[in-house]
Design a protein around this ligand. Structure first.
Ligand code: HT7
Ligand code: ZN
Length: 847
């Protein structure tokens, strides 16, 4: 496969003035007629006329009304064209029903649907399918009126009648933002008035039967629209905003201009079918896609190497939104847990790449935690470094200067340089240097001056042996021994390999709280003992670092048990108990405090320590710590559980959701003491999915899940999204030695559908997340996953390739496991006709 390089970027030689598309929809033979007005771009030299096109049957092509025979080249076609403005017309035929890859135009449950990011439009018609080619689109859709009464596209609806609809999008957009949906759909509607007084018609379109699951998504949309006006000054710019829920979708959702398409799991919710976690995720994803209207659509990316320009910024914006709607510390802690679970292993393994990569084979493989989540961390650091006011000014300038353009990271950084006068050259290393920097802290105190000696180091990553010091904002605070702040939070700017920061006038030795709020995506190395951690757990005024102190204590306790067979740390359990009883603290925060590092995070830590992680030992120690917590908190758990029951009608708001999360965390521990009696009660009386699922999980863990699992199946078998939970739960809670068998049995279930990415992930994705089960020494889970990836690749390469990352940490483990995994990776790699997506991923992992 061909490698594409950032350094090779050249602009397209033509301006696309206007695009007219007509779709004659048919499940197996859709005709697409395009009429496109091109003008040579006099500012560019490359006048080769190349249009992307894949899997298209060309019926006819014309230039200025004259039939032509273009020449086919790899990935598209070329034609001789006039050196003045001309009109290109083509008619192509495509087969949506045969499109199981879910890129381009495909069918999902009888509904026509498109997915064009990153390079799907070229499977719809011949076009310069690159994000820097922006144009206005008019679309006419024709279909059988009985089966396909609703026909949607981007922009504003212009006309509709029996068997047709026309749409016009006045905003120039790249082809990846094109969308069309058609089928038998029902709308949940509402209205929004923008701050300048425009009335916008809002609709969430779903299959009949799902209309009762739209209200929460609609509220989330209106909150997002208000928030973007208030916080970023960004208004919506069309008369309509449509969202559609689709069952078969490769990712979470897509920000097509005026017509967002959502994986139904990311928009549909009712108290009976969705958990609190689902509600929060839906709110965040609706916000994310809506925010793209400015950060992604009005200002887009020049090329796919700049993907973080829209994704990092939009993730940062949606995190700000969630923090404002819910709890800021809880959101930050959740995000850091996710970053460490998904981005750190990526950054420290064979798939490590820069936030702005310099080459790729398949762009779909770069929709990663590094681009999204580390990309968002980079924005957060920039904001910390320049301050809130300068950040707001820089954003205003960015929107004003680049509206309607396809931009680069250089454009983004320049907006900050021009508003602050700062040289951000060194900061830009965050975009080009891959890997997770390690920051080491050493303290010195002489009776008056307290000094923090900081140093930074980054390990080599693929293709990057040499690393340069980066600009790292290290937020710190100082406490006295009574837990009072003697130095409020301030950001130190570490920009050299080693640097010291002194604080004068401290007549008693202060206690440092370092990397507050996780002010940079780094690994902090600090030689502090458990007494100091217990002090910070009890007193740190920074809620993130207070949680982090508990997390560090839990991690050290687990490492002691795993590596030395030591008993669990009593000081940790005492400190945690005091915190759990502290009713001045938010229940959601206390629930997070009860958590502990995941088994795969522990494996990563042990690997970093230069030792070989043993998944079975990690599993045993993790379970033992939960047992120790259950015993240590036995006297207060019933009270904690009872006090956090929520009375009255269900509300997905942060307050009641936090109480449910604490009650359910208590339930998981209580179950270790009462064998499932409380969980059975909860299951029997649960009137919402959050309580029902937590009770079912506890019963499975207690070995008493069989009848509840059957009852759950009987109750929910006709609800696809709830059935995904039924599949996931069984794999997630399977004992290590049984997990491959449980997963294999589920793949033989009549409701297992390989072609539906949600269902496939709910078995195979979850198998890879059951750490001790996936890494069971038999190798059965490795082989099962590989079998299914091989089966899925010809059907859906994008989802297959993503799931290959389950193997990315393979070099952490012992020789036996390494050879088992290598054998499976090689088996995948040597399949004939392996997709470019999967071949790139497996090649990089094996390298
Ligand atoms: N910008 C979108 C990313 C995307 C995608 C979404 C759905 C299916 C396939 C996709 N390929 C790329 C989603 C987002 O970040 O908002
Ligand atoms: Zn996005």
């Amino acid at each position: 496969p061909q490698t594409i390089y950032l350094k090779d970027y050249t602009p397209f030689g033509y301006i696309v003035e206007h695009v007219d598309l007509t779709f004659k929809l048919h499940p197996t033979a859709t005709r697409v007629l395009s009429k496109i007005r091109f003008t040579p771009d006099t500012s560019t030299s490359d006048k080769m006329f190349f249009l992307h096109g894949e899997q298209l049957k060309l019926i006819s092509a014309k230039i200025d009304g004259q039939e032509i025979s273009p020449s086919y080249v790899e990935g598209g076609l070329q034609a001789d064209v006039p050196d003045t403005a001309f009109t290109w017309e083509a008619e192509v035929e495509i087969n949506p029903e045969a499109n199981t890859a879910l890129e381009g135009l495909y069918m999902s449950n009888g509904m026509y649907c498109t997915q064009c990011e990153a390079e799907g439009f070229r499977k719809i018609t011949f076009y310069p399918d690159r994000p820097d080619v922006m144009s206005v689109f008019d679309v006419r859709i024709e279909a059988d009126a009985d089966n396909t009464p609703v026909m949607l596209s981007n922009g504003n609806g212009v006309s509709k009648g029996e068997g047709f609809a026309t749409w016009s999008d006045p905003w120039p957009k790249p082809a990846y933002l094109f969308a069309l949906v058609a089928g038998n759909l029902i709308a949940h509607t509402d209205q929004f008035t923008t701050k300048s007084g425009t009335e916008v018609d809002l609709a969430i379109w779903v299959r009949p039967g799902d209309e009762g699951k739209c209200a929460f998504g609609m509220e989330a949309l209106k909150k997002s629209m208000t928030w973007d006006e208030e916080v970023y000054g960004r208004e919506y710019d069309l008369d309509e905003f449509n969202i559609v829920a689709v069952d078969d979708f490769n990712m979470g959702a897509m920000e097509n201009k005026g017509l967002n398409i959502f994986n139904s799991s990311c928009v549909l919710a009712s108290p009976e079918t969705a958990t609190d976690g689902n509600f929060e995720r839906i709110e965040a994803i609706i916000a994310h896609e809506y925010f793209h209207n400015w950060t992604g659509n009005r200002i887009t990316c020049r090329d796919w190497f700049q993907l973080c320009l829209k994704e990092g910024l939009t993730v940062f914006r949606d995190a700000q939104f969630t923090a404002d709607m819910r709890s800021e510390p809880v959101k930050r802690i959740d995000d850091v847990i996710a970053l460490r679970a998904r981005q750190f292993p990526e950054d420290q393994g064979p798939l490590s790449h820069a936030v702005r990569p310099e080459s790729f084979q398949e762009i779909n493989n770069f929709y990663t935690a590094t681009i999204y989540e580390k990309g968002a961390e980079v924005i957060g650091m920039l904001k910390t470094l320049v301050g809130d006011a300068a950040y707001a000014k820089a954003l205003d300038l960015y929107f004003e200067r680049h509206d309607g353009q396809a931009c680069t990271i250089e454009d983004w950084i320049k907006a900050f340089e021009d508003t602050t006068g700062r040289d951000l050259t060194q900061f830009k290393l965050w975009y080009s240097q891959s890997g997770t920097p390690e920051v080491t802290v050493r303290e010195e105190y002489n009776g008056e001056t307290f000094t923090l000696h900081l140093s930074q180091k980054s390990a080599p990553t693929p293709g990057q042996d040499e690393k340069h010091p980066q600009v790292i904002p290290v937020a710190i605070g100082l406490l006295n021994t009574d837990g009072e702040e003697v130095q409020p939070t301030m950001a130190l700017e570490l920009n050299k390999a080693e640097q010291s920061f002194s604080f004068e006038g401290h007549t008693t030795r202060p206690i440092a709280s370092v990397l507050r709020g996780f002010s940079a995506p780094v690994i902090l190395k600090q030689d502090i003992d458990n007494t100091r951690r217990a002090f910070l757990l009890a007193h740190d005024t920074d809620p993130f670092n207070r949680w982090e102190a508990g997390r560090d204590l839990a991690r050290d306790s687990l490492l002691g048990a795993i590596l030395e067979g030591a008993p669990h740390n009593a000081a940790y359990l005492d400190g945690l108990k005091a915190l759990l009883c502290d009713e001045t603290l938010d229940p959601a925060y206390r629930a997070l405090m009860l958590g502990q590092p995941s088994q795969s995070e522990l494996a990563g830590v042990i690997h970093k320590m230069g030792q070989i992680p043993d998944p079975a030992a990690i599993h045993t120690a993790s379970e033992a710590l939960r047992d120790a917590k259950a015993r240590a908190f036995a006297d207060m758990l019933p009270d904690l559980y009872a006090k956090n029951q929520v009375e009255g009608p269900f509300s997905p708001e942060a307050g009641p959701a936090g109480k449910r999360s604490l009650a359910n965390a208590a339930l998981a521990l209580v179950t270790r003491l009462d064998g499932g009696a409380t969980a059975s009660q909860q299951y029997a009386h649960a009137d919402n999915m959050t309580l029902q699922l937590a009770a079912l999980s506890a019963l499975i863990d207690a070995g008493k899940g069989a009848s509840a699992l059957q009852a759950f199946y009987d109750q929910w078998q006709s609800d696809r999204l709830v059935m995904d939970k039924w599949f996931s739960l069984q794999v997630m809670h399977a004992k290590p030695a049984d997990s491959a068998t449980v997963a294999r049995t589920l793949t033989q279930h009549a409701d297992f559908e390989m072609k539906n990415p949600n269902r496939f992930r709910s078995v195979m994705g979850i198998l890879a997340m059951n750490h001790a089960g996936f890494h069971h020494q038999s190798g059965a889970a490795y082989a099962l996953l590989a079998d299914w990836l091989i089966k899925l690749d010809p059907v859906n390469p994008q989802t297959t390739a993503r799931m290959c990352s389950a193997f990315q940490t393979w070099k952490r483990y012992d020789a036996h496991r390494q050879s088992l995994i290598k054998e499976q990776l090689e088996r995948i790699a040597t399949q004939s006709n392996l997709s470019r997506d999967t071949s790139e991923m497996v090649g990089r992992i094996l390298d």
